[in-house]
Design a protein around this ligand. Structure first.
Ligand code: BTN
Length: 267
């Protein structure tokens, strides 16, 4: 398929959506790459004060959380990664991936998407079905400024015969809005939100954004199970704490969950 056969990423359109923040970013837009996360991690760009972003129309080896595959078709999804560097000496904050989910949620709401929800730690759902996924990976290396690669995939318009298996089911923006927005516009809107929210986060921590996250919590007060931890856990979702850990009311009391996969427990 040729790039002119679908709405390919365009640097001018991304810059227009970034507005005043255009100079804060360095953008590389590719027709194809294996995985934007893998590529950024393998070739760390220079630390020149800008946020480096790598986006691709199509990924041939897109990766998801917990070893999953992020499938890709031309024009089907926005796929990009941004390298975020933190002040030298500061620890990479733990709530980062929740903040990334909130940034995506806000960009979608700006576009007029109704029913946006967050599924801990960072899936973005619309009326219960998955629209976007986030994979945050920390850059290795002693003595370097700590940094994180924040990889984001948003479904724009999945092929009718696409088989995407996910517990909540999936949706795309074509379904949510009646038409898919341009990938470039969406990229710009998400980057603006990431920039805003990471600044708040760096200055004031996750507690400053906790309320906004909880307002969109897909499983608030619902019975859930957690798998992928050392022991399986069941309880009622009680939101997140000041660090972004999931809180669960269980028969043994309130438990903090730091990792794992949450699913709704049906009666
Ligand atoms: C998940 O839902 O499990 C996370 C999906 C993350 C997919 C994005 S697409 C851009 C970036 N590059 C990758 O290989 N993965 C992330």
């Amino acid at each position: 398929m040729d790039r002119s056969d679908y709405d390919a990423l365009d640097a001018g359109a991304v810059a227009a959506a970034l507005g005043d923040l255009a100079d804060a970013f360095s953008l590389v837009l590719l027709a194809e790459c294996d995985s934007t996360n893998s590529r950024l991690l393998a070739q760390l760009p220079p630390d020149d004060g800008r946020v480096h972003v790598l986006a691709a129309d199509v990924q041939t080896s897109g990766r998801g959380r917990r070893g999953r595959v992020w499938q890709s078709w031309p024009g089907a999804s926005l796929t990009f990664s941004a390298l975020w560097r933190f002040a030298p000496g500061s620890p990479v904050p733990a709530g980062l991936s929740l903040v990334a989910g909130l940034a995506v949620a806000r960009a979608l709401e700006e576009l007029g998407v109704d029913g946006v929800q967050l599924k801990w730690p960072n899936d973005v759902l619309v009326h219960g079905r998955k629209l976007a996924g986030i994979l945050v990976e920390l850059t290795p290396g002693r003595g370097r400024t700590p940094a994180a690669v924040v990889g984001i995939g948003v479904n724009l318009s999945l092929p009718p015969d696409a088989q995407v298996e996910y517990a909540t089911g999936v949706t795309d923006l074509a379904e949510c809005l009646g038409r898919a927005p341009g990938a470039s516009q969406l990229l710009g809107l998400v980057l603006v939100q990431l920039h805003r929210l990471f600044e708040v986060y760096a200055a004031a921590g996750f507690s400053a954004l906790r309320g906004a996250w909880q307002q969109r919590n897909a499983f608030a007060d619902l019975p859930v199970s957690i798998i992928g931890e050392a022991e399986a856990l069941s309880g009622t979702c009680a939101g997140v704490d000041e660090d972004g850990a999931l809180l669960l009311h269980t028969p043994e009391g309130l438990r903090r969950v730091l990792s794992g996969e949450v699913s709704l427990r049906l009666a």
